[in-house]
Structures are given as structure tokens and as C-alpha cells.
Design a protein. Structure first.
Length: 148
């Protein structure tokens, strides 16, 4: 599904976070960015992934990483998810899926015999605009350990 790989230039993106503030790739030009795509707020796997990143956030920050989550949920849904799980990082509301499409993580999925389009859980490690690592097989309970 994902065609982007380590060494590729990260697609420029712009979106709104849970508070309606603009978030762009340029905001992180001098930082390492963990940009993680997940299907839906407050679902078991997505909650486990977000909480694992939350629990390891200070360690990730000490290594120079900034963490941003992206899903098709609304700003309001993101606000509730952040408050309920006490998340210290921002979540982008990609309601039109343009960011997910730019990163190649939006497409056909199967669940319980049903086919539909959705986000494929994927994380991109971006440094100075270049993709350093793509994590396609995300371990939701130990995701921070997968980040080099």
C-alpha cells in the first residue's frame, strides 16, 4: 500500500489539530517528527497505540522527536480522545483524508468480511523533510520501541 520509503522526501501537508490550529510539515523542519496514522479515536488498538506513545513521550522528546497523530476523525473527536487519555501531543483531523492519501496510507481494507476504504495504520519518522523510517507493521502496545 505505502509506496513512500526511507530516503524519500515527505509530502508537504497542512491540517488542523484538535484545537483548530494549523499544522504543517514546515513546522517541524528542525525537528524529528513521528507522524503516525491511525484509523479511529477511542478504539482498542488506536487507544493502545496512543497510550504507548504517551507513556514514552518524554523519552521520545529527549531523543529530539515530536509526535503527531493523524486520523479522519473530527477536531471535536480528537479533543475528547486527548482529554480522556491525557495525550501530550497533537492530533490532526484529516477529515478529507488528503494527508493520508498523500502518504499512501488510505485505501481498501477488509474487516469481518466487509470491504471499505480506510487508513492503514502506518508511522513515518521524518527528519528535516526526509523520511528516515516507515513502520507498516505497527505493534500498538509497544509502538515507541519500534521507533529508531
Amino acid at each position: 500500500m505505502t509506496t513512500l520509503k526511507a530516503g524519500d522526501k515527505a509530502p508537504a501537508f497542512s491540517g488542523k489539530d484538535q484545537s483548530g490550529n494549523s499544522v504543517t510539515l514546515k513546522d517541524f523542519s528542525d525537528k524529528k517528527l513521528v507522524l503516525y496514522f491511525y484509523p479511529k479515536d477511542a478504539t482498542p488498538g488506536c487507544t493502545a497505540e496512543a497510550c504507548n506513545l504517551r507513556d514514552n513521550y518524554s523519552e521520545l522528546r529527549s531523543k529530539g522527536y515530536e509526535v503527531i497523530g493523524v486520523s479522519p476523525d473530527s477536531e471535536k473527536s480528537h479533543q475528547k480522545f486527548i482529554e480522556k487519555q491525557n495525550l501530550p501531543f497533537r492530533l490532526i483531523a484529516d477529515t478529507d483524508t488528503s494527508i493520508a492519501q498523500a502518504f499512501g496510507v488510505w485505501g481498501p481494507k477488509k474487516f469481518m468480511g466487509r470491504e471499505y476504504d480506510g487508513i492503514h495504520r502506518t508511522t513515518f519518522i521524518i527528519n528535516k523533510g526526509l523520511i528516515e523510517q516507515v513502520i507498516e507493521k505497527v505493534d500498538t502496545k509497544n509502538h515507541a520501541a519500534q521507533i529508531d
